[in-house]
Design a protein around this ligand. Structure first.
Ligand code: ATP
Ligand code: MG
Length: 291
């Protein structure tokens, strides 16, 4: 992994697969600088090479969604705070409150695909939730499902868990709050996407709690890294799974990796055309959503 940037006034805290976190040099200042890099990961593995401009596209999308979700009758509290970010990372950094993160990836699925489709073929369930017979890859689910995952510590892989297990980790009340809020945000975002000819097939949220005990939406939100977006027209008219799920996310990366790698050891380097195509899809999504 590349060495994190030196940013004057900021101290590097941590680097995840995609983001680098910095704290102010002044310990009394409880803000956090979240810098999205161009790094790409799939199946929880960090990959090479980076995708040009991805950090800026992710940050632009997250900001746009945080703002949309903070509007209206049911504003969703988020982790953003006002203030200046260092000029050298201005297009890919967010200033946030440093939160106590909950170790749950709040996944919502409106459509059947990915790991949900694999499980369904074996057992007729998704994360243990029974589904009707006869569903195909890419089909819309009877209703959106909350399918949480346990956010594994660095170096380990996230693990799908039941709602029951979620209640053991964060308590029954918090688990219900996470589920209800995640489903509500998914429905709101899916409606916005639909107006723009896009299907929000699934997504993942992360929440944290601030110093006053307020639950806030954190990390990145509704980006092409954390979500699957499909073209609604292709989904309606397509006759093969890949036509139906013409996507604006890193499915291209996942598909290429699945075809060229058995997920053991170091992943292969992504070829130039996969990198270029992924960059183009990310840019197109931002354009279509925010135009
Ligand atoms: P890992 O934590 O396993 O490295 P990751 O690869 O998904 O996960 P990134 O998304 O690259 O990590 O890094 C972002 C990290 O910052 C995540 O661990 C996320 O939970 C954390 N994070 C995001 N927003 C906040 C916040 N407001 N306060 C504290 N931590 C945050
Ligand atoms: Mg992450």
């Amino acid at each position: 992994m590349s060495t994190p940037l030196e940013l004057s006034g900021w101290r590097h805290l941590y680097s995840g697969k995609v983001r680098d976190l910095y704290a102010p040099e002044d310990p009394a200042d409880k803000r956090l600088l979240v810098v999205a890099s161009d790094r790409v990961s799939a199946f929880d593995f960090a990959l090479e090479p980076p995708i040009p401009h991805k950090g800026a596209l992710l940050t632009g999308l997250s900001r746009w969604w945080f703002d949309r979700l903070a509007e209206g009758a049911d504003p969703i509290a988020n982790h953003l705070v006002d203030g200046d970010v260092p000029a050298e990372v201005a297009d890919r950094a967010m200033l946030a409150r440093s939160l106590e993160m909950l170790p749950i990836e709040c996944v919502v699925r409106g459509y059947l695909t990915g790991s949900g489709w694999l499980e369904y073929q074996q057992s007729g369930t998704v994360c243990g939730i029974p589904l009707p017979d006869g569903l195909e890859n890419g089909d819309r689910l009877p209703e959106p499902l909350f399918t949480p995952a346990y956010k594994a510590p660095m170096g380990e892989h996230d693990e799908n868990i039941t709602f029951e297990r979620t209640t053991e980790i964060v308590g029954a009340e918090r688990a219900a709050e996470l589920r209800d809020l995640s489903l509500a945000i998914y429905r709101r975002a899916a409606a916005v996407a639909e107006e723009r000819g896009l299907i929000l097939a699934d997504t993942k949220f992360e929440f944290g709690v601030d110093a006053d005990g307020v639950l806030r939406l954190a990390d990145e939100v509704l980006t092409s890294d954390s979500s699957r977006y499909w073209d609604a027209e292709s989904w309606r008219t397509g006759s093969t799974p890949s036509e139906r799920m013409a996507s604006f996310d890193k499915q291209i990366v996942r598909d290429w990796l699945s075809a060229h790698w058995d997920k053991q050891g170091t992943p292969p380097v992504l070829p130039e055309d996969v990198v270029t195509e992924t960059a183009a899809r990310y840019a197109e999504l931002l354009g279509r959503l925010t135009a």
